[in-house]
Design a protein around this ligand. Sequence first.
Ligand code: ADP
Length: 452
Amino acid sequence: MYEPYPVPDLARDHKKFRYSSLWTFAKQDLRLLAFLLVIGCFIGVGIGYFWICISLAFAIFFIFQLRSLYLVNEWISNRPYDVPPNLSGIWGALLFNVYRAQRQERVVQAEMVGLIDRAQSSLVALAEAVILTDELHQIEWWNPAAERLLGIQMSDRGRNILTIIRQPSFIEYFNNIDQSPDGIKIKSTVYDEHYVQIKLTRFGSESRLLVAYDVTRVHNLEQMRKDFVDNISHELRTPLTVLSGYIETFTDQEDLNPRWKRAFDQMHSQTRRMNALVNDLLLLSRLEGNKQIAKNQIIEMPSLMNQLFDDAQAYNVDYGHTLNLDIDSHCDLIGSDTELASAFSNLITNAIKYTPKGGSVTMGWHDDGQHGYFTVQDTGIGIDPKHLPRLTERFYRVDSARSRQTGGTGLGLAIVKHVLMQHNAYLEIDSIENQGSTFRVVFPKERLYKPE
Ligand code: ADP
């Protein structure tokens, strides 16, 4: 517990030393010297040893000064925090000034320590775990919540934090803080089935501040949501397949009453839509679940682009757009070919769907040495900028009626976002309403592969 130093009463000390100028104090010494010399003079003239008495007066003055010096030294060396000895003259002034400066410094120090003490007490009271590490990643300080949540013990002081929290995802995050601005979620090392969200902040040269909190409840709710969507999609699949089969059979019958034909056609298109929805939901849930799958296949971009182009041409039959392919990079991509192909194809079908008949759609693959760019540019309806921030949310549509009409599920861009996140890539969208849009996927250098 911090014991503050006694606060000095400078006003009282000032009264004691009313004279502050050095000359005032020097005058006391000079008065003493003059007094001794006058006495020496009288005695010397009286007894006939004038110079000897004058020398004696100087010697006595010198002894006085030596005594003061001794007391000053004794105070500084042995009890510097006590009140200084009460000396007159220059030495007294010197002592007072040193004492005053020292006390002022102690007041500032006491305030600082008080402040640190308050900051520390509030950190100790926090429900969130807080850990401070130094430049060598050694643990310097932590609060009680860090003991509860992350199992830090007294013996861990000075130990490298990476030898205590050893999950690979944490080590990866610790070394590349900037890649996960929101921090990461890890499994608790203390309690089974508990999850902790960790956020690191760099400060000083290489020191780090770790803040962690329990997110088990949110994690469980999120897991429940995923399981529910996953289960319901699976459950819907079988009845949908049966329904589509029968509807298709009936629709194909030549002697079908025209009144029924229209109804069956509608049922057919709606079951197709539901099938697409279920497939997209299952794909999304698979994407969320398969973070562990290695995304390190080498994808030959010219062949992937050509395959996407062929698929686009087949899809374009009803739209009659001009399709262009623009490849000017020799780089290939490192990732999961099925996932990336699905994301790229979503962007291309969107461009075709949301461009009025007879427009043009250009797919491109470029690189600038630092990044790889997969682009899809269309001359379509464009998007009002106010929608852009929410465009990759599940079921977010600019115009729901149009999206349904084109057979959209509202999940395409959510799938794209997920796939890109898992490849450390991101999506940029430039769009002008009624003029067209450019969707640009930006891959980091580490995802590019230059064939020999
Ligand atoms: P959907 O299945 O409805 O197409 P997406 O997630 O693929 O769902 O897209 C979300 C919304 O973004 C769409 O409903 C559409 O309004 C808009 N959008 C996507 N791509 C384009 C595009 N190329 N041009 C204009 N709007 C687009």
